[in-house]
Design a protein around this ligand. Structure first.
Ligand SMILES: Cc1cc2nc3c(=O)[nH]c(=O)nc-3n(C[C@H](O)[C@H](O)[C@H](O)COP(=O)(O)OP(=O)(O)OC[C@H]3O[C@@H](n4cnc5c(N)ncnc54)[C@H](O)[C@@H]3O)c2cc1C
Length: 398
């Protein structure tokens, strides 16, 4: 049985209170206007929730549970605003999993900025022709003396174009697939870096999603994460047919998947709580609708699925912390299950609200739109099943 330690429980309550007071009241507004909620992020920075120290502490905390717990609370408050706060983490995770200590120390603070002078980071991997198939990406990095020149287009980038720090996966040798890729930092203001189309979305509409274009974008050698010697050795191993380990892009996703599961749980829990309150209060045929087994059983299923998703997520987070090997792709199991639970639970929450669930005045309408993203980004449900089934095959008979 997982038990939160006192420190994590205290931080959970603090983040919950912030979410309830500072995020939830603004959720419908930012969903409607589809703009980055800078004023809310500023408040999060003032109290320390948007800042490098807080997220390093959440990554480093010894039980492994702080990251999923605070993520759940932020997304319980509102997914679009929470992603505007946490979108930077994806870029930051790309930096920490690929950069040297010196590079992390230099770029880390620039990813978040400070109260009164906020900054953002983003993670640029997906391309028009390379979504699930990340080995096929075409953004090209060509070495020119002591510089790199980047050319290509990224799509669906959270914080893309408005970020101060773009962490970009590009290929230096397309013939080698993901083994020929490297990760670079492209700061805001670099000539040749621009934002393309800003997407209008189904859900998480407070979060900025856009194309990012690199047109002869020149960056110095030091902006190659991990440095040139490491890259040269990796390319040499790949060309001679030896294993190169995991790609920088894939290892970044590995560290962020249990957090995405926690995002989904936050949205599912919010929908379940709204539905439970509504079922207790709404009367039809002279009694609360909860008194109909058809409604009460839906809520029983919702609560059970949310708890099961959280247990899978906490298991994955605690395994990652203890260094256990993910023989059955337990991180992917958590992301797959939690994201599909979020879709089912939010849909059931609308059903329990009847017609009121279908109109914007009630939050479950927005929650159902928000929930769908979790089965798509950071590896679709199909890709999670692919990863899990491959892991099962690899461990079969061992
Ligand atoms: C709001 C939003 C924010 C995002 N943020 C970021 C970001 O910050 N950075 C970033 O790099 N990317 C980001 N993404 C991109 C996201 O990760 C991709 O959309 C996702 O990986 C899927 O890629 P795709 O859209 O090209 O779909 P495709 O890969 O074209 O997939 C289409 C369908 O085919 C299925 N499919 C594909 N291959 C297989 C297979 N081998 N077996 C079975 N089914 C398969 C998929 O599961 C899916 O159902 C974001 C996307 C969205 C919508």
């Amino acid at each position: 049985m997982f038990q939160l330690n006192d420190e994590v429980a205290e931080i959970r309550d603090w983040v919950h209170e912030f979410g309830e007071k500072e995020i939830r009241p603004h959720a419908a507004h930012y969903d409607e206007i589809e703009e980055t909620p800078w004023a809310v992020i500023e408040k999060a920075a003032e109290v320390g929730i948007y800042g490098m120290e807080f997220w390093i502490q959440s990554f480093m905390e010894q039980s492994g549970l702080q990251l999923p717990v605070v993520t759940e609370e932020l997304f319980w408050a509102d997914a679009g605003i929470a992603l505007s706060i946490q979108g930077t983490l994806l870029g930051f995770a790309g930096l920490t999993s690929n950069g040297t200590m010196e590079q992390i120390g230099y770029w880390g603070p620039k990813c978040f900025g400070e109260p009164g002078n906020l900054a953002m980071a983003c993670w640029c991997m997906t391309e028009p022709q390379a979504g699930s198939d990340v080995g096929a990406l075409r953004t090209r990095a060509v070495r020119d003396g002591d510089e790199w020149i980047l050319n290509g287009t990224k799509v669906f980038i959270t914080n893309g174009g408005i970020a101060d720090v773009h962490i970009v996966v590009a290929t230096v040798d397309p013939a080698l697939g993901h083994r020929g890729q490297a990760t670079f930092v492209v700061p805001k203001g670099t000539p040749g870096l621009s934002q393309g189309k800003k997407e209008k979305k189904h859900g998480i509409r407070a979060s900025h999603t856009a194309e990012v274009i690199f047109d002869d974008c020149r960056i110095p050698m030091e902006y190659l994460l991990g440095g040139p010697d490491k890259l040269d050795k990796k390319l040499e191993r790949a060309r001679s047919g030896q294993s190169t380990g995991r790609s920088g892009g894939l290892s970044t996703l590995e560290t962020t998947r249990p957090a995405v599961a926690a995002q989904a749980i936050g949205v599912a829990r919010a929908a379940y709580e709204h539905a439970l309150d509504y079922a207790m209060e709404r009367e039809q045929f002279g009694k609360p609708i909860y008194e109909n087994q058809a409604i009460a059983f839906k809520l029983a299923d919702m609560a059970t699925q949310i708890d099961a998703a959280r247990l899978l997520t906490w298991r994955a987070a605690s395994m990652a912390k203890s260094g256990a090997s993910f023989d059955h792709a337990e991180g992917s199991m958590a992301k797959l299950f939690a994201s599909e639970v979020a879709v089912r639970v939010t849909e059931q929450a609308i059903q329990i609200h009847g017609g009121y669930g279908y109109i914007r005045e009630f939050p479950v309408e927005r929650l159902a739109r928000d929930a769908k993203i979790f089965t798509i980004y950071e590896g679709t449900s199909e890709i999670q099943r692919l990863v899990i089934s491959r892991a099962l095959k690899a461990s079969h008979g061992k």
